[in-house]
Design a binder for this molecule. Structure first.
Ligand code: HEC
Length: 107
């Protein structure tokens, strides 16, 4: 009699911890945008940059944003201003760049 409810409790616990683990590992673009310092240059809404030479980045296509960030990180894109951003990208992984691009393209 006691065995059955215990089993389902175990199963429920297993499912819940799986759910929690997957949401903890999935990179959240919005959170990354704020924690990685992007907002400090491009603005909280990604369209009010702090300097005239800093670009508005909200609403570009995901593929474009992703490619530009990767190019700035690798140095393939090195305009006069991109050095300002490059340093920040040392701590941003490819998966995080994808999540950021996903978030920014949807703004
Ligand atoms: C220190 C300021 C600074 C920080 C921090 C910064 N950026 Fe930038 N970002 C720039 C500048 C300046 C450029 C323009 C580079 C150029 O002139 O080529 C740029 C360019 C870009 C572009 C390309 C825009 C386009 O239209 O081609 C994207 C996308 C971008 N940044 C996203 C981000 C994201 C995401 C982060 C956070 C991980 C971030 N930036 C952090 C300053 C910054």
């Amino acid at each position: 009699m006691i065995k059955k409810p215990m089993k389902s409790t175990l199963l429920l616990t297993a499912c819940l911890s799986l759910l929690m683990a997957s949401s903890a590992f999935a990179a959240d673009g919005k959170e990354l945008y704020n924690t990685k310092g992007c907002a400090g240059c491009h603005g909280a809404d990604a369209k009010t940059p702090v300097a005239p030479l800093y670009p508005k980045i909200a609403g570009q296509s995901k593929e474009y944003i992703e490619q530009q960030i990767k190019d700035i990180k690798s140095g393939a894109r090195s305009n006069g201003q991109s050095a300002a951003m490059k340093a920040v990208l040392v701590s941003v992984t490819d998966d995080e760049i994808t999540a950021l691009a996903d978030y920014l393209s949807g703004l």
